[in-house]
Design a protein around this ligand. Structure first.
Ligand code: PEP
Ligand code: MN
Length: 371
């Protein structure tokens, strides 16, 4: 069961204290308090876990700090929708708002190779009004002898450059919990010129100890990649691990499924699941066309498969696009064949914006149809 408190309830107010006292004394029930900072208001939710079947919804709804109560199912307790359309989706981080209605593009380097390429990338993004990027510092590689990423050595120039170009959020994969501290220490030392969204890669979707460690910190939002060889339900449960530890600022990323049936694409594009994830959960949904498609080959219409796949995700309502670009893909140390070229950036952004507008118009058609 979930008790949603009146917006902006103060935790030292008599209403809150009375409410908490009552709930604490319910036999066989444990409480978990979640605070969510929205764009305007702070929302507090109290999860009642354990033996809640016999509890009276009305009695709890009558407590002074409680606005309303919903019964929730066991699946995706925190991130799920539970037939309650009114619950807030999304969050604001470092001045950028993420929810199930808007859209942000995170174009950038799959792997940071040098400061010059970081600068070319960030400069181009700033010129096109972008405030987000992707920058891989810690790379999970199949082959132990492949380039593993520059790790913490590249963080200072990545973060400084981001700050210089007004980039507010950098999506960055971490493969070990110690990387959180490395990132945090570096940002703090530089005076927080930018923000970071911690990315959990597809190879770590079910690394539960990593998920718990990331979930325990609330400073950084999380981009969780779908596991490439597990069910959607298993990946959504992985997201719930983050929330259950305290961090519900999670974006779910579709990135294709590993199967030879997807060839000649690197993975089987799974963007038909964009609306499905939005229906089952309150998470904003990201698509990663680069790791799904894996090459930048053009179709006869002159549009690359990566751009077509992006369009499919965005026209279905995706809220974020994570995409590889590189100033010199032939020199890239990781995933050069799938990186888009810098001069493609404006067309790509225009295409995405067209698809997002079209999704909004599609919504209106069905809104009208409902009467
Ligand atoms: C990445 O985005 O750099 C990456 C390694 O993706 P994935 O975990 O989806 O393979
Ligand atoms: Mn990659």
């Amino acid at each position: 069961m979930l008790a949603i408190l009146h917006p902006d309830t103060q935790l030292d107010s008599p209403e809150y204290k009375h409410t908490l006292e009552f709930l604490k004394n319910l036999p066989g029930v444990t409480l978990r308090v979640h605070e969510i900072q929205g764009a305007q208001k702070k929302l507090t939710e109290i999860y009642l876990l354990g033996d809640t079947k016999s509890l009276s919804k009305e009695e709890i709804a009558a407590l002074p700090a409680v606005e309303r109560v919903i019964r929730i199912s066991d699946d995706y307790r925190i991130l799920g929708r539970h037939h309650d359309e009114q619950r807030q989706t999304g969050f604001t981080y470092n001045g950028v708002h993420f929810d199930q209605d808007n859209l942000h593009v995170f174009a950038g380097l799959c792997a940071v190779d040098n400061a010059e390429h970081v600068d070319i990338m960030m400069r181009a993004l700033a010129e096109h009004g972008q405030v987000c990027t992707r920058m891989g510092a810690y790379k999970p590689r199949t082959n132990p002898y492949s380039f593993q990423g520059h790790g913490k050595a590249c963080l200072p120039y990545v973060f400084e450059n981001a700050g210089k170009h007004g980039i507010k959020v950098v999506a960055m994969e971490i493969t070990h919990e110690s990387h959180i501290e490395e990132i945090d220490t570096c940002l703090e030392k530089l005076g927080r010129p930018t923000g970071v969204m911690l990315q959990v890669g597809t190879r770590n979707t079910q690394n539960f100890e990593l998920l718990k460690a990331i979930g325990r910190q609330r400073e950084y939002p999380v981009l969780l990649k779908r596991g490439f060889g597990i069910t959607l339900n298993e990946s959504l449960n992985a997201a719930e691990y983050l929330a259950s530890e305290g961090n519900a600022n999670v974006i779910f990323c579709l990135r294709g499924m590993k199967t030879e049936a997807g060839l000649p694409h690197r993975n089987m594009v799974d963007f038909a699941h964009v609306p499905t994830v939005k229906r089952l959960t309150r998470m904003p949904v990201c698509v990663d066309p680069s790791h799904s498609v894996g090459n930048r080959d053009l179709a006869p219409d002159g549009i690359s498969d990566v751009m077509h796949a992006t369009a499919q995700g965005v026209i279905a309502g995706a809220n974020m696009v994570l995409v590889d670009f590189h100033p010199k893909p032939e020199k890239a140390l990781v995933d050069g064949p799938q990186a888009l070229l810098m001069d493609e950036l404006p067309y790509f952004l225009e295409d995405i914006s067209l698809c997002h507008d079209t999704w909004r118009k599609r919504e209106q058609i069905y809104e009208r149809a409902k009467g």
